[in-house]
Write a protein that binds this ligand. Sequence first.
Ligand SMILES: [Zn+2]
Length: 126
Amino acid sequence: MHETAIVEGLMRILSEQAARHGVTAIVRVNVKVGRLRAVEPQQLVSCFEMFAEGTLAEGAVLAIDEVPVRARCKACNLEFEVRGYRFECPACGAGDVAVIQGQELYIESFEAAGPPAEAPPASVTK
Ligand SMILES: [Zn+2]
């Protein structure tokens, strides 16, 4: 499943970032997903919840910001939003367009649970 691979990547980045910043629990993850990625937000969320179980991101909210697809016409230079995968310039009708937005897939930011000093003692798992 497409979403599984994406979530695996997200989890890997999150654990790396959390380790680097000394974060012990993540409460919210903000991701940008371009529409060209053909990701079903609801599926991504449920997949994330499954993967996050038992990790420092357990119970975290995955907030998905979908980025519309934009392209630039190579003939007349018009920038336009692509709807319904119609890669055709609305001004001159040319089909030779360059995609300039909509392929995003990254973690914009994440929020950690309070400072470590206020957090309950971490459970030691060996
Ligand atoms: Zn054009």
